[in-house]
Design a protein around this ligand. Sequence first.
Ligand SMILES: Cc1cc2nc3c(=O)[nH]c(=O)nc-3n(C[C@H](O)[C@H](O)[C@H](O)COP(=O)(O)OP(=O)(O)OC[C@H]3O[C@@H](n4cnc5c(N)ncnc54)[C@H](O)[C@@H]3O)c2cc1C
Length: 371
Amino acid sequence: MANRMRKELGRNEAEITIIERSHNHIYQPGLGKLLFGLEKPENLVRPTKDLLLKGINLIIDEVTSIDPKGNKVITAKYGDMSYDYLVIATGARLYLDEPEGMKEGLEKGDNVFTFYTLEGTIKLRDALQKFEGGTIVSSIAEMPIKCLGAPLKFIMLAESAMQRKGIRNKCKFVFTTPTLSVPPNIEPYASALNTILKARGIEVILDFTPARIEAENGILEDFRGNRVEFDLLCITPPHMGEELIQNSEGIGDALGWVPCYRDSLMHRSFNNIYVIGDAGNFPSAKTASGARIQTKVLAQRMKAHIRGEVPKATYDGHTVCPIITKHGRAMFAEFNYTKSISPARESYIKWLIDVYMIRPLYWNFMLKGRF
Ligand SMILES: Cc1cc2nc3c(=O)[nH]c(=O)nc-3n(C[C@H](O)[C@H](O)[C@H](O)COP(=O)(O)OP(=O)(O)OC[C@H]3O[C@@H](n4cnc5c(N)ncnc54)[C@H](O)[C@@H]3O)c2cc1C
């Protein structure tokens, strides 16, 4: 967003500052690939400062809250910073206190894992390499989550990996979701994925919201008392907005998501605050591909706003969710707020695009505001 704005506006028109607490940026769409040897950790991390064009101030600090009436953000070390326009892009955080037993299971790291962090991904990758047979379960704790297709991709790739390892007949695969259809919960993708899962012998349990994990007994239980046994559980924890959103009066909802107009990306209560990416309460999926298009729209809208013109660009919810279905095959679920766009078809070309092209595109073009 900052890079796009820097290109759109002259230095006499706008001073652009990013406040970011992390020295490094992680390419999160690569985490699922790292599990199965399709990525290396060093390809997924880059210093934040190297991603920015000249003429953007970077302050490495934690934002503790926003004062929307005073037009300032409050930081941990740097003090207060005032703004004319604020773009909230703080993403989502994992909430580890529920389901019961998840945090302890993840900490122990014997049979409960998540690939929603880089550290967790490396642990799960190592466990998968050592896996010699048994039941692998992928479970979504609650919606919304980042990349709603990722836990499903995981179970399909795990099945494919065990097939390639020659131990498929010693394994069982189960996918649980709190939703009533297979994510991304949109046709024609949900039906096509259902057919693939059935053909591959992957059991799907819908409407399953985990309440408890007993790591020592390998049991996952939902709120109705239904139980699933596992030898290896890959759990996708509940997501919430960042704490600073909850600490800021008038900025977020009870779960820390930022309420905004889905077309203009403007905050519901403050017309000089915008939101992009996972932090917003958009009815579309939380994806980098959606965030990329939002930055294009928002850069145009903010430019118009700053120049006293009427902003015209709008976001239609466009998102592309590449879903690897097995080694050598992928399907792209592409949709917007109102309709699906791409066919629900697997192909080798889509696999090549997802595995080999998207990461270089991300680092060199998307983040640089060139695409
Ligand atoms: C396993 C996995 C697989 C995925 N696969 C895909 C995929 O295939 N395709 C796809 O399009 N998307 C995918 N995604 C989703 C994608 O990564 C996110 O949607 C995208 O990164 C969102 O960008 P963002 O800028 O909103 O948030 P983030 O990239 O998470 O950035 C938020 C930033 O805000 C900073 N921050 C937060 N709070 C504060 C604070 N208080 N003070 C200072 N800084 C703060 C953080 O340090 C972070 O750098 C995947 C995600 C995961 C986890």
